[in-house]
Ligand binder design. Sequence first.
Ligand SMILES: [Mg+2]
Length: 258
Amino acid sequence: MSTIVGRSARPRVARRALLTVRVVDGLQSITADPGGTALFFDVDGVLAPIVERPEDARVPTPTRRALEALRDRYALVACVTGRPSEVARGIVGVEGLTYVGEHGLELDPDARDWAERIHGFAVEVPWSDIEVKPLSVAFHYRTAPDPDAARRELEPVAAGALDLGFRSRWGRMVLEVLPPVEASKGTAVRRLLEQSGLRRALYAGDDTTDLDGFAALDGLDAAVRVAVVSAEGPAELGERADVIVGSTESFRELIEQL
Ligand SMILES: [Mg+2]
């Protein structure tokens, strides 16, 4: 059963105290051995609040401080994101973390062979908010006046991408077009765990692609899956989580306890 923090609580003080105790209990399996534990964080919607324009995203200073403290104590602190890793590095602003971008595509050498064709596909699509990344493309519709209509307009784009042999994926107010290779946040997490030999891990995410990150912890000696839930995010994420928080601020409070 999931532990929920950061949602409206009544009576506030008593319930908050109770929940804090329960969260600490749930996290004990990884806080007991920082030197043998990996921490995996999605960036947007987990470390950085979701903003209207993706280019404005920033990790708040208190969260940076918390990440620096974790970096100095845990065996591995990795940001696993859909953004290119260099962009994520700028948004997070903490050196010494591991950054894996584009949903694990950066770790797959075959992805590069598709990039040019995907970029060529994207320039033909008349869309105002296109994010061209080194290995993939994202069609955002967060700022569209009618998001449902915008999504309907993007459905033929998704179909066209599939016809050309690409992959497509829907996220929070975004359609992504990607190379058809077996790369995900899950493959990235598994590779980092294998490389490091670590058997204890926490993964935190807020969106559909983070379900792969959750699944990648299966079979470890200790695993904690944290969902940052929102109305936009998939219900399944909360259902599969060990700990649920309701905002990036509550998530920062949680990692301050690690
Ligand atoms: Mg996210």
